[in-house]
Design a protein around this ligand. Structure first.
Ligand code: BGC
Length: 248
């Protein structure tokens, strides 16, 4: 099945048409910077622009960078107060009447791509797909089954801040950390999550996963760690898979 997948992130909104039976991108990726401020109306307009760009009439899968329950935003995350309790699927539908939207958390959907076609395929036990971008997202799968909205970017570091304010990729850039310095922060975080959850595997996603070979030597956590096979496209692919399952 062909579906339009959209990944709404803190800095960019990325989309492509995906073959949901293989996870392959069937078009070039189209990226539009996330409006600043990222108010609902402004983001909905970008969604419309993307749907128009692909001349897309069918269902649309969408990753959203905070907690989503049944299409409704349940936490402001990095998006701002105006999203709180908003039905994001209905907001986008209002802007693009010909489409139906299926919206869910970004790390959960990136994880769907990795579990179905990527690094987590067939892995038993608990697999955590941890995405590093503006924030830290976490998708939990148990024997291939998604347990949604597990927010491991929000556990507290001993410095009193939530961990994503210490180890997200945006922090690496903001504080000009070397890959090694940043990876050491990630390593400590993965070790802590290991104590809490005893995962079978970690899959690291987000744009930084492209540099995995350059920082993996600094990860000493005693759990297999792999880069997301689909790197930064995992969200787009997972969003399309999610919409294909929901629209059946
Ligand atoms: C949000 C998560 C999201 C992650 C990555 C965090 O700030 O709480 O829901 O998955 O950012 O976008």
């Amino acid at each position: 099945m062909k579906i339009l997948g959209i990944d709404i992130g803190g800095t960019g909104i990325k989309a492509a048409i995906v073959d949901t039976l293989t996870g392959e991108l069937l078009t070039e990726r189209h990226r539009i910077p996330t409006p600043k401020p990222a108010k609902p109306k402004a983001v909905a307009k970008v969604i419309k622009e993307i749907v128009t760009h692909f001349d897309w009439k069918g269902p649309v899968g969408c990753c959203f960078p905070t907690i989503i329950v049944d299409g409704q935003c349940k936490h402001t995350g990095n998006m701002g107060e105006s999203w709180m309790n908003l039905k994001v699927d209905a907001l986008f539908k209002k802007e693009c009447e010909e489409n139906t939207f299926y919206v869910s958390n970004d790390a959960d959907l990136a994880g769907l791509a990795e579990i179905n076609f990527g690094a987590g395929k067939g892995v038993k036990g608990k697999v955590f797909v941890i995405t590093f971008g503006t924030g830290i997202g976490s998708g939990l799968f148990y024997n291939g089954q998604l347990i949604p909205n597990v927010e491991l970017g929000h556990i507290y570091h001993t410095n009193g801040e939530i961990i994503e304010r210490y180890a997200a990729d945006s922090v690496r850039k903001r504080e000009s950390l070397s890959l090694k310095e940043w990876a050491k922060r990630v390593d400590a975080y993965l070790k802590h999550v290991k104590i809490l959850h005893t995962p079978s595997m970690y899959i690291l996603g987000g744009g930084i996963s492209k540099k995995f070979d350059k920082f993996k030597e600094h990860l000493t956590v005693d759990v297999p760690v792999e880069a997301a096979k689909f790197k930064n496209n995992a969200g787009i692919i997972g969003a399309a898979i999610y919409a294909s399952k929901k629209s059946k």
